[in-house]
Design a protein around this ligand. Structure first.
Ligand code: TRP
Length: 335
C-alpha cells in the first residue's frame, strides 16, 4: 500500500535558523519513514516582498542543502524547487479566479507584512496564501505539517478546495481531496533570543535574535551568552511570567534529546551563569554534524543540482495530472 503523503515547504529568504530546524525540518525527518514526503523551497513566495536577484538562486540551493544536512534523505523524500514547476503558478491563477477578495483581505499575516512594507505592497503579497493553496493542493497530501502561524493559510486552502469541489465537482466525485493540517502545538515554537514572546524569525532585523544553522561555534556561544533572561534563580518550564526561560529550556531539551521532565529536574536549581554555557555547548555539538554535511553539500553543486532535477521530475509526476484534472473540471479546452 502507498504511504500517506506529506507536503511542506520553507521560503527561501536568507539563512535557516534553529526555529526552522527544531520547529519544522526535524519533524519532517521523523516523518520520512512513514510518509511519502514532498518538501520544497518556496522561492516564488520569497519574491512577494522586494528581493535581491543576486542571492535568490543561491538561497534556494542553501535551503536545499540545509534540508539534506538536517537529515532529509533525497532517496526517500522528494525535494524540489517551487519555481521549477510552472504548475504552481498556473494553479494559483486558476484559484485566483475562484477566491473571493475578502478571504484574502482578512489574512493576519498579510496585514502584518503589509504594515511593515508601507507603500510597497505587491499584489503578490496579498496573493501569497492562494499560491500556498496551489502548492498544497497540487499534491493532494494527506497531511500538511506547519507552524501555528500558518493555521489561517491552511484553513484558506481547505476553503479553496471546498469551493472548487462545490463549483466544479459533485458531492460523490469531488475534484480534490481536502487536506488535514498538522499544526504544531504553540509550545513547540522556538522563540526569539531577544524576546521570548516573539517567534524566532528570518525577518527580525536583529541577528542576535536567532541562531542560524550555519553559525560558527563562537557566534552561537556569544548569542546564547547575550540572550535575554530574567533575574530569577532556578529554571522552569511553562511559567507565563518567564517566556525566555521556557524558550531556552525548550531549545536545550530538543537539542539534547531529553524529555521535558528530565530537563526540568536537571535545571531546577541552576542559575543562568551555569545554564547558558551548558546550552551553548549542547547547541554547538548538535549543530556540528549538520554544518559539516552542509559545507560538503554546498561544495558539490553537481550533486545538489541532480537531487533537485530528480525532485522536479518526481514532483511533476504528481502535480501535472492534478492540474490537468482541475482544468478539465473547470471546462478548459484540451490542447
Ligand atoms: N508560508 C509557509 C511559511 O512561511 C511556507 C509555505 C509556502 C508552505 N507554501 C507552503 C508551507 C505549502 C506548507 C505548505 O512557513
Amino acid at each position: 500500500m502507498a504511504k500517506p503523503r506529506i507536503l511542506s515547504g520553507i521560503q527561501t529568504t536568507g539563512n535557516l535558523h534553529l526555529g526552522n530546524y527544531l520547529g519544522a525540518i526535524r519533524n519532517w525527518v521523523g516523518l520520512q519513514a512513514e510518509y511519502d514526503c514532498f518538501l520544497f523551497m518556496a522561492d516564488l513566495h520569497a519574491v512577494t516582498v522586494p528581493h535581491d536577484p543576486k542571492v535568490l538562486a543561491e538561497n534556494t540551493l542553501k535551503v536545499a542543502a540545509t534540508y539534506i544536512a538536517c537529515g532529509i534523505d533525497p532517496e526517500e523524500s522528494t525535494i524540489f524547487v517551487q519555481s521549477h514547476l510552472p504548475e504552481h503558478s498556473e494553479l494559483a491563477w486558476l484559484f485566483n479566479c475562484i477566491t473571493p477578495l475578502n478571504w484574502l483581505e482578512r489574512m493576519i499575516q498579510f496585514k502584518e507584512k503589509a504594515k511593515k512594507q508601507g507603500e510597497n505592497v505587491s499584489i503578490g503579497l496579498m496573493d501569497y496564501p492562494v499560491l500556498q493553496a496551489a502548492d498544497i493542493l497540487l499534491y493532494e497530501p494527506d497531511i500538511v505539517p506547519v507552524g501555528e502561524d500558518q493555521k489561517q493559510h491552511l484553513e484558506l486552502t481547505r476553503d479553496i478546495a471546498g469551493r472548487l469541489n462545490y463549483q466544479f465537482g459533485t458531492e460523490k466525485k469531488p475534484v480534490l481531496k481536502v487536506p488535514e493540517p498538522l499544526i504544531r502545538p504553540d509550545g513547540a515554537r522556538i522563540m526569539s533570543l531577544t524576546d521570548g514572546t516573539k517567534k524566532m524569525s528570518k525577518s527580525d532585523p536583529s541577528e542576535q535574535s536567532r541562531i542560524d544553522i550555519t553559525d560558527s561555534a563562537q557566534a552561537i556561544t556569544k548569542k546564547i551568552k547575550r540572550a535575554k533572561t530574567d533575574p530569577e534563580r532556578g529554571l522552569e518550564f511553562d511559567n507565563p511570567e518567564r517566556p525566555e526561560c521556557n524558550n531556552l529550556l525548550g531549545i536545550y531539551q530538543l537539542l539534547s534529546n531529553q524529555t521535558k521532565e528530565a530537563v526540568a529536574a536537571e535545571c531546577k536549581d541552576m542559575g543562568w551563569g551555569q545554564f547558558k554555557p551548558l546550552l551553548a555547548e549542547t547547541a554547538v555539538e548538535a549543530l556540528a554534524p549538520i554544518q559539516e554535511k552542509y559545507t560538503e553539500l554546498m561544495s558539490d553543486r553537481t550533486y545538489l543540482l541532480q537531487v533537485l532535477a530528480n525532485g522536479k521530475e518526481k514532483a511533476q509526476a504528481v502535480a501535472t495530472p492534478t492540474l490537468k484534472k482541475i482544468k478539465a473540471a473547470m471546462g478548459f479546452m484540451q490542447p
